[in-house]
Design a protein around this ligand. Structure first.
Ligand code: CP
Length: 330
């Protein structure tokens, strides 16, 4: 059986979750559940025999790279890792030439280009315009759709398929390691509102998200019976939440000067997810984070290693959802 042959998603790009209908998203999550079961039962599931996927990275990765490489192997195909730094892109080769040529060698192109607002998503769309194979977004400046599908799957495992009325707190948190992309909080506010969740966003004044993504979240909440609110403290966001998702991100205008953003972030070291903040959420609330987390800054060990944390199942679901998307589109 070839999953993609049976799928209306064969050949589709995967650039933002917004471009897939809720039915298509549900189908992808159901496929991920099926693939997770097969893996747990050690049953072979070679839905992409002899297929090649190119993984093109402009930034570092642990989960995304390895879930996709391992996933392609388990599906019977192969993934090539390409670093932008060591390819001819570093010498200025165009996305058009790269897209046409890699498409002629394989069956899919996945790209991570997440640290320059205004560039990553546009780059992928240019590759997609010229590549005759699906183009997948492994995180851009706007969205992180692979992470979003894994998060949706994790939420459904916890609360069931109907997430309407569940409150998720998407909060900025302090991190000294690097100015992290804005694509995860943006992906969360735009996707979870489409499934009727009550999404509350919190951040210090300098750490705003892109206005078009705020608008998208408002439109999605209105269309699907969810809620979208913005508050100015982690405490306010956590109040009565079913899910807390505190993580750091950078300042939109300062991705070219990350040291300045990190200096401003130091004013907000109190934005850490600790046991006291967790006590503001519902007693049975869960803690999520896409990882990597700055332990001791974004979150205490007590919380991330505690009973409410779901970070490891969430990270594991990156594998199953990545395999579903690759198997359905390639
Ligand atoms: N969550 C996530 O995308 O992790 P990596 O940066 O390690 O790929």
């Amino acid at each position: 059986m070839n999953l993609s042959e049976m799928s209306s998603l064969k050949g589709r790009d995967f650039i933002t979750t917004q471009e897939w209908s809720r039915e298509e998203i549900n189908h992808a999550i159901e496929t991920a559940v099926h693939l997770k079961k097969l893996k747990k039962e050690n049953k072979p599931h070679r839905y992409l025999p002899d297929k090649t996927l190119f993984l093109f990275f402009f930034d570092k990765s642990t989960r995304t790279r390895n879930s996709m490489e391992a996933g392609m192997t388990q599906l019977g195909g192969h993934a090539h890792f390409i670093s932008a730094e060591t390819s001819q892109v570093a010498h200025g080769e165009s996305p058009k030439d790269m897209g046409i040529i890699l498409a002629s060698y394989g069956h899919g192109i996945a790209i991570r280009h997440d640290l320059v607002p205004g560039e990553g998503n546009a780059y992928m769309r240019e590759v997609a315009q010229h590549a005759e194979v699906p183009v997948m977004n492994m995180q851009c400046d706007i969205d992180h759709p692979f992470q979003m599908f894994a998060d949706l799957m994790t939420l459904r495992e916890e609360f069931g398929d109907d997430l309407r009325g569940r409150k998720i707190a998407v909060s900025w948190a302090y991190a000294p390691s690097y100015a992290k992309p804005v694509s995860v909080p943006q992906g969360l506010i735009s996707l979870m509102t489409r499934f009727g969740m009550e999404v509350t966003l919190a951040h210090p004044p300098e750490f705003k998200l892109m206005p078009e993504m705020i608008k998208q979240a408002e439109v999605n909440a209105k269309a699907h019976g969810g809620r979208f609110d913005i508050v100015d403290s982690m405490d306010a966001a956590f109040e009565n939440a079913d899910v807390v998702y505190p993580k750091s991100w950078g300042i939109l205008d300062l991705f070219g000067k990350p040291e300045e953003a990190l200096a401003i972030a130091k004013n907000y070291k109190s934005w850490i997810c600790d046991a006291k903040k967790m006590s503001l959420a519902k007693k049975e609330a869960i803690y999520m984070h896409c990882l990597p987390a700055d332990r001791g800054s974004e979150v205490t060990d007590e919380v991330i290693d505690g009973p409410q944390s779901r970070v490891y199942p969430e990270a594991e679901n990156r594998l199953h959802t990545a395999k579903a998307i690759m198997a359905l589109t390639m």
